[in-house]
Design a binder for this molecule. Structure first.
Ligand SMILES: Cc1ncc(COP(=O)(O)O)c(C=O)c1O
Length: 496
């Protein structure tokens, strides 16, 4: 089962260098020869690998295959919705009319692109049950910031200056409190109750004239649908506050539940999770903000509007009357928006509904299969992801981190670990809708096998991974001080 390292990358290119081996032959000189510049400008010690063309191709192709990716591996990274992205979405985004358009092109020459944005706004309105959408935000966290700035602008416009508190559940994604703090709110933590829902008694205590609103993720990062959600919205509204919805987990609800119908006032979606953009490595993304009628004037600019009579409609960019302003250059991440539009159009209503059906089914399949092997802290039906705790394994001397590392040896990307923070030794598994039952079965078997290894040979798990090109790293240092330069081995006396 355990795969060996890739022999084409085991040796660095410089280490394969053989004097006078050539990889390419330059064409004969067909211009007059020129003297070389001053010798002082030339370097004698420039180390270049002397290798053949196949060695170069094999080396770089090997490097390109070292990473885990959605196109090569099952990627159950909870809270990230790492699902397969149909290639047609990329293909359409690369069409010259979309890929080559300039953001400063005058609207009369960009009517097709504006129409696509207008139609996408409409689809997202329909999906969320909201009255309007701004596509200008470039990530989920960016959508959160724009959304809470809208809440702030709305309270200030009403002269309600005392509302400074934003309540956020203890299970929330870290970006929620960060966005609220950036918008100038005082963040107050809402505890979860025993079932993983918002603790209503704690919310009632907070609901007063200084409460600006709550930020609720639905389903929560525990992978649970908060069964109190309508009551949560009612309590907050009754106290004069507004409800922000983190809709980044919309994969679980598509075509079934509309955030607007539940009582949310403003919400963002993560197009790069739910609506098919390759996601990872920090971008690109899009976090459109959707809102109810009363918040439309505050939406981030621009919003695409349609005028004229059919079939001669015209599309234009407009700034809502009390807009929080521009939050990004131009009109958002256009390529991501084209992918989302294509994804929605190719799937249609029935396809969209089947996303949530299969995402939830797959997560519950894993939940049922593993709940006797791994501790399930919230023992109820989950939504698109399931959060286990590895505390039973920890009691036998192996941590959640080590289990996640061992999964790499089995050919699976590791689940999210140690998040949400309220679950000790959390292993957060999001299978998404795009994997087959055979893949899920193989993953379940791997986690059972690892549990057995913890009894039979715990060091095997503690020292994992064994088959990856590099094993245990100082991960913080690898990210902050990556060592990307090859240096010739020098003897001790050569070092300065
Ligand atoms: C629940 C939730 N909220 C917010 C975010 C933030 O989104 P982004 O990483 O695009 O800023 C994420 C990211 O995956 C998320 O899972």
């Amino acid at each position: 089962m355990i795969k060996g390292g890739n022999r084409n990358t085991a040796k660095l290119l410089m280490e394969r260098s053989v004097p006078d081996r050539v990889g390419s032959v330059l064409p004969a000189l067909d211009v007059p020869e020129q003297p070389l510049p001053d010798r002082a400008l030339l370097r004698d010690d420039l180390a270049l690998p002397e290798v053949s063309e196949p060695e170069v191709v094999q080396y770089f192709t090997g490097l390109s295959q070292l990473n885990y990716s959605i196109d090569t591996h099952f990627y159950p990274l909870g809270s990230c919705t790492m699902k397969y992205n149909p290639k047609i979405n990329d293909e359409v985004a690369f069409w010259p009319g979309f890929a080559g358009i300039h953001p400063l092109q005058p609207p009369e020459l960009a009517q097709g692109a504006l129409e696509l944005l207008w139609r996408l706004q409409g689809f997202l309105q329909e999906i969320t049950g909201m009255a309007g959408v701004s596509l200008a935000t470039l990530a989920g966290a960016h959508g959160e910031l724009a959304g809470v700035l809208m809440i702030r602008a709305c309270h200030l416009a009403r002269g309600d200056t005392a509302r400074r508190k934003m309540a956020i559940p203890d299970s929330a994604h870290g970006t929620n409190p960060a966005s609220a703090a950036m918008a100038g709110f005082e963040v107050v933590t809402l505890p979860s109750d025993k079932a993983g829902n918002v603790d209503l008694a704690a919310l009632r205590q907070l609901a007063g004239p200084d409460l600006a609103g709550v930020m609720i993720t639905l389903p929560s990062t525990l992978g649970l649908f908060d069964t109190h959600i309508v009551e949560v919205c009612r309590i907050v509204h009754q106290a004069g506050g507004l409800v922000y919805g983190d809709g980044a987990n919309m994969n679980a609800l598509l075509g079934r539940v509309k955030l607007g119908d539940l009582g949310f006032d403003v919400a963002h979606l993560n197009l790069h999770k739910t609506f098919s953009t390759p996601h990872g490595g920090g971008g690109p993304g899009a976090g459109p903000v959707c809102c109810v009628e009363s918040l439309l004037p505050y939406l981030a600019a621009p919003v695409v509007a349609r005028g004229g009579d059919g079939p001669d409609y015209t599309y234009r960019l407009m700034t809502p009357e009390a807009s929080i302003g521009k939050v990004s250059a131009f009109h958002g991440n256009f390529g991501v928006l084209v992918r989302a539009y294509t994804y929605i159009r190719t799937l249609g209503e029935a396809g969209i509904r089947s996303i949530s059906a299969n995402a939830v089914l797959n997560a519950n399949y894993i939940l049922q299969a593993l709940k006797d092997t791994y501790h399930l802290p919230y023992d109820r039906r989950c939504m698109h992801e399931v959060v286990f705790s590895a505390d039973w394994q920890k009691a036998r001397g192996v941590s959640g981190l080590e289990i996640a590392k061992r999964l790499l040896d089995y050919g699976f990307y590791a689940p999210t670990m140690y998040f949400p923070l309220i679950v000790p030794e959390a292993l957060m598994i999001e299978p998404t809708e795009s994997e087959t039952r055979e893949t899920l079965d193989a993953f379940i078997q791997a986690l059972r096998d690892i549990d057995r290894e913890i009894t039979d040979n715990p060091d095997l798990v503690r020292q994992a991974p064994h088959s990856t090109p590099v094993t245990r790293l100082d991960e913080a240092r690898a990210a902050r001080q990556p060592n990307l330069r090859w240096r010739r081995e020098r003897s001790g006396s050569e070092y300065p």
